[in-house]
Design a protein around this ligand. Structure first.
Ligand SMILES: NC(=O)C1=CN([C@@H]2O[C@H](COP(=O)(O)OP(=O)(O)OC[C@H]3O[C@@H](n4cnc5c(N)ncnc54)[C@H](OP(=O)(O)O)[C@@H]3O)[C@@H](O)[C@H]2O)C=CC1
Ligand SMILES: N[C@@H](CC(=O)OP(=O)(O)O)C(=O)O
Length: 368
């Protein structure tokens, strides 16, 4: 059996990955060795089979012994370790959640329900680096795969509503702490049946603007607000998250040389771990709505077309409904007032599943 080194298994993405791998009995297919940057010698996680104690993730000799290394440890680990393995002519497969190597010529961004052909070609060409895509990009492609597959998109915009989990575990905790602070401070007003709504409103905004409000991680309130900026600035006014929407999407579908224009605004909202996106899509031609819905539904096993009704949209097309599932609902599908070749749609997806862990789990199985 192949030896697979797993690094970053107890982080947020890594934990979701472990859950999925246990559920799918993946650990029966290879010999795992668990690495750590901080807990060498301690017990490895219980994955249903006997495994040795945790190994130091900076021990190059131990890493060199692996056939495959799967890292959810983060970009700085990748930057430090991947070149050291290459310098020693390590010939194994490197699977990674971090963005560091995504745009590298010698790497493939993996999302096999969408780009299995690209992956298969890369495997036969001897490519060794297989990297999970940006969560927003992967979730968009899972939702709109049918339109990309049928080459119907002239350009598109994606306006995002991104969850706290994309910024990490501490930020998720702080979002809930912000909610708790708002709730605690407002409870005397809420519990007084005679209080006026403007008293509640004033109470909440005063809490959010107070110096005691917990903002160490977000820098500003997110609960009862939003943050219209994700990641760092690029030179052209985009954020890096917005930039990834264009470059990563086109790389995944193998169109970097003839890219589809994609742009939009990425916004952080107070959802826990589901990213949502509202699309404006310029179609190459006028295609009837029922054909579009059929193409979307047929593209992969996880996309689910939601009828454009209030009842269905509020039931099935929300983070509350989707969190913890692999389903990627896409709804609010209709032609726009702009013209018959302008389509709008809205999708939701768990950014730790199809947005992060699931493509890695699947590429591991493909390589195995
Ligand atoms: N968060 C996301 O939405 C997405 C993240 N990614 C990428 O995945 C990579 C990992 O991200 P993420 O999972 O958020 O990183 P985390 O910060 O959750 O985990 C990274 C590492 O931190 C160490 N760590 C230290 N303290 C703790 C603790 N209390 N609990 C758990 N782990 C701890 C662990 O390493 P050790 O055991 O060695 O100490 C762990 O492997 C990054 O490159 C990120 O860009 C990709 C897609 C989405
Ligand atoms: N930037 C994403 C999360 C993430 O980790 O993205 P990437 O894998 O591209 O660095 C977000 O904040 O929602």
């Amino acid at each position: 059996m192949k030896k697979v080194g797993i690094v970053g298994w107890r982080g947020m993405v890594g934990s979701v990955l472990m859950e999925r791998m246990i559920t799918e009995n993946d650990f029966k297919r290879f010999t795992p060795l668990f690495f750590t940057t901080s807990q060498a010698g301690q017990q490895a996680p219980d994955v249903g089979i006997k495994t040795p104690p945790l190994v130091d993730a900076y021990d190059i000799d131990q890493l060199l012994d692996m056939d495959i290394i799967l890292s959810c440890q983060g970009g700085s680990y990748t930057e430090e370790i991947r070149p050291k393995l290459a310098a020693k002519n390590w010939d194994g497969y490197w699977i990674d959640a971090a963005s560091t190597l995504r745009m590298d010529d010698k790497s493939i961004i993996v999302l096999d329900p969408v780009n299995r052909k690209v992956i298969d070609n890369a495997l036969s060409d001897g490519i060794k680096n297989y990297i999970g895509g940006n969560c927003t990009v992967s979730l968009m492609l899972m939702a709109l795969g049918g339109l990309f597959e049928n080459n119907l998109i002239e350009w598109l915009t994606s306006m995002t509503y991104q969850a706290a989990s994309g910024a990490g575990a501490k930020n998720m905790e702080e979002l809930v702490a912000q909610m708790q602070t708002i709730g605690n401070m407002a409870s005397p007003v809420l519990e007084n049946p005679a209080s006026a709504i403007l008293d509640l409103d004033k109470n909440v905004i005063e809490t959010m603007r107070s110096n005691d409000f917990p903002v160490q991680n977000w820098a500003v309130p997110l609960a009862a607000s939003l943050i219209p900026w994700i990641d760092r600035a690029m030179d052209n006014g985009q954020t890096r998250e917005e930039w990834k929407g264009f470059v990563e999407t086109n790389k995944i579908i193998g169109r970097s040389d003839n890219p589809i224009p994609i742009d939009g605004q990425c916004v952080r909202i107070g959802s826990m771990r589901c990213h949502s996106q509202a699309f404006t899509i310029k179609l190459k031609k006028n295609v009837p709505l029922n054909e579009i819905q059929a193409m979307l539904a047929e593209n992969n096993d996880w996309v689910k077309v939601v009828p454009n009704s209030k009842e269905d949209s509020i039931k099935d097309l929300t983070p509350a409904a989707v969190t913890g599932t692999l389903t990627v609902p896409v709804g609010r599908i209709r032609k726009m007032n702009l013209g018959d070749d302008y389509l709008t749609a809205f999708s939701v997806g768990d950014q730790l599943l199809w947005g992060a862990a699931e493509p890695l789990r699947r590429i591991l199985n493909i390589i195995l």
